[in-house]
Design a protein around this ligand. Structure first.
Ligand code: NPW
Ligand code: ATP
Ligand code: MG
Length: 364
C-alpha cells in the first residue's frame, strides 16, 4: 500500500525529467541547425568568373621523420573541402613521403633548414590561412622555427589553426598566441588538459582556504570564476571535469579570447564569450588522423568565414562558426565512413566522404 503513492511520485518525477531532457535535446538540435545555417552562409559560391586560388590557398606547417600522415590528412582535407591550393611546409625527411602520397599537394622541405622562417615567410603573402602542428613532432629546433613562423604570421595577420604539437608549443609559450584573434586552437582531451594546466591552473595564488595573496593583474590572467572567492580578480584552480563548458570558456579567456575547440564525445567551442556545442552524429570508431581532417578543413573554413564577415554570421564570431562547420563535417565524415566500413574505418575512408558529407550538411 505504502509503495503505491511513492511509485506514482517516482513515475511523475521520471516524466518531468524525461520531458526536460527531450526539451533540452530538441533545443540543442535547433541550436545546431541554426549554427549550421550560419556555416552555409559563409561558403563562397562556385563561379566560372573566379580564378585558381580565390577559394583558398592553405599552408600546413608540420610533418617530420616520424609523422607524415598527419600533415597529409590536414592538407588533402583542405583541398577536398574546397581550397584551390594546399601547401605543406615540413622537415626534409618527410617531404618525399608526403609528395608520394599525393600529386595534389605542394610540398616544401624547409622546416629543419636554418632559414626555415624566411622560407615560409616568403609564401605568406600568397596564403590565406596556416594550420600549424599536425605531425610536427617535438624536436626543439623545429619548434623554434615554428615559433618564428607563428610570429611572422601574426605580424601579417594570417589566420592560424593550431593543433597537435603546435599546441605543445603554445603550452610552453602561451604568450605566442595570447590575444591573437585570428587563432583557433583545436585540442583533443590530453592537449586540452595540458593547455589548461599551463595557462589557467598555474595561477592559484588567491584562495579563501589559504593565506590570500592578491596577484598582480596583467596580460594573460583570466578573470576569477571561483564561486567561493570574493576577490573578483585572478583565481585559478584545477580543471573541473564536470564543467567542460566553463573550462573551455576559461581557457579561451585566459588566452585573451582566442577561439578554442575542445574535441571529444561532444565538441565544445568557445571564444571566451559564447560557448557552442557540436554533437553531430559520428561513430564509435576512433582511428588516428580524424583531428588532422578537422584542422585542415578548419583552415579553409576560417578563411571563408573571415572573408564573409560578421554580417553573414548574423553577428556570431566568424571563427566560431567556421569551427562549428569543421567539427560537424568531421563527425559527419566519420558517420558516413563507419556506415560503409564499420570497424575497419580509417581516416582515408573519412576523407573519401568529405564531398558527400559537405553536400549533406551545407548544400541542402
Ligand atoms: N598518421 C599520422 O601520421 C598521425 C600522426 N599524428 C601525430 O602524432 C603526434 C602526436 O599526437 P597525439 O595526438 O598522438 O598526441 P600525444 O600527446 O602523443 O598523445 C597520445 C596519447 O594521449 C592519450 N590520449 C589521446 N586521446 C585521448 C583521449 N581522448 N582521452 C584520453 N587519453 C587520450 C593516449 O594515451 P594512452 O591511451 O596511451 O594513455 C595517446 O596514446 C602529432 O604530431 C600528431 O599530429 C596524429 O595526428 C595521428 C595520425
Ligand atoms: N568520443 C567521441 N565520440 C564521437 N566523436 C568523437 C569522440 N572523440 C573525438 N571525436 C571526434 O573525432 C574528431 C577528432 O577528435 P580526436 O579527439 O580524435 O582528435 P585527435 O586526438 O587530435 O586526432 P588525431 O588522431 O588526428 O590526432 C573530432 O571531430 C571529434 O569530434
Ligand atoms: Mg591530433
Amino acid at each position: 500500500m505504502a509503495l503505491g503513492p511513492r511509485c506514482g511520485a517516482i513515475r511523475a518525477c521520471r516524466r518531468v525529467l524525461e520531458r526536460a531532457f527531450s526539451l533540452r535535446k530538441a533545443h540543442s538540435i535547433k541550436d545546431m541547425e541554426n549554427t549550421l545555417q550560419l556555416v552555409r552562409n559563409i561558403i563562397p559560391p562556385l563561379s566560372s568568373t573566379k580564378h585558381k586560388g580565390q577559394d583558398g590557398r592553405i599552408g600546413v606547417v608540420g610533418g617530420c621523420q616520424e609523422y607524415t600522415g598527419a600533415p597529409y590528412f590536414a592538407a588533402i582535407s583542405a583541398l577536398k573541402v574546397g581550397a584551390d591550393l594546399s601547401h605543406v611546409f615540413c622537415a626534409s625527411a618527410a617531404a618525399p613521403v608526403i609528395k608520394a602520397y599525393s600529386p595534389e599537394l605542394i610540398v616544401h622541405p624547409v622546416l629543419d633548414s636554418p632559414n626555415a622562417v624566411h622560407e615560409v615567410e616568403k609564401w605568406l603573402p600568397r596564403l590565406h590561412a596556416l594550420v600549424v602542428g599536425p605531425g610536427l613532432g617535438r624536436d626543439d629546433a623545429l619548434l623554434r622555427n615554428v615559433q618564428g613562423i607563428l610570429e611572422v604570421s601574426k605580424a601579417r595577420d594570417i589566420p592560424v589553426v593550431i593543433d597537435a604539437d603546435g599546441l605543445w608549443l603554445v603550452a610552453q609559450q602561451p604568450a605566442l598566441i595570447h590575444g591573437y584573434r585570428k587563432a583557433v586552437l583545436t585540442p583533443n582531451h590530453v592537449e586540452f588538459s595540458r593547455l589548461y594546466d599551463a595557462v589557467v591552473s598555474q595561477w592559484t595564488p588567491w584562495r579563501v582556504d589559504a593565506s590570500p595573496v592578491r596577484p598582480e593583474e596583467g596580460e594573460g590572467r583570466a578573470p576569477c570564476f571561483c564561486p567561493a572567492c570574493p576577490c573578483g580578480h585572478t583565481c585559478k584552480g584545477p580543471m573541473d571535469s564536470d564543467d567542460s563548458h566553463g573550462s573551455v570558456l576559461r581557457l579561451s579567456q585566459a588566452l585573451g579570447n582566442v577561439t578554442v575547440v575542445q574535441k571529444g564525445e561532444r565538441d565544445i567551442l568557445s571564444n571566451g564569450q559564447q560557448v557552442l556545442v557540436c554533437s553531430q552524429e559520428g561513430s564509435s570508431r576512433r582511428c588516428g588522423g580524424q583531428g588532422d581532417l578537422l584542422s585542415g578543413s578548419l583552415g579553409v573554413l576560417v578563411h571563408w568565414a573571415l572573408l564573409a564577415g560578421p554580417q553573414k554570421t548574423n553577428g556570431s564570431s566568424p571563427l566560431l562558426v567556421a569551427a562549428f562547420g569543421a567539427c560537424s563535417l568531421t563527425r559527419q565524415c566519420n558517420h558516413q565512413a563507419f556506415q560503409k566500413h564499420g570497424r575497419s574505418t580509417t581516416t582515408s575512408d573519412m576523407i573519401a566522404e568529405v564531398g558527400a558529407a559537405f553536400s549533406k550538411l551545407f548544400e541542402t
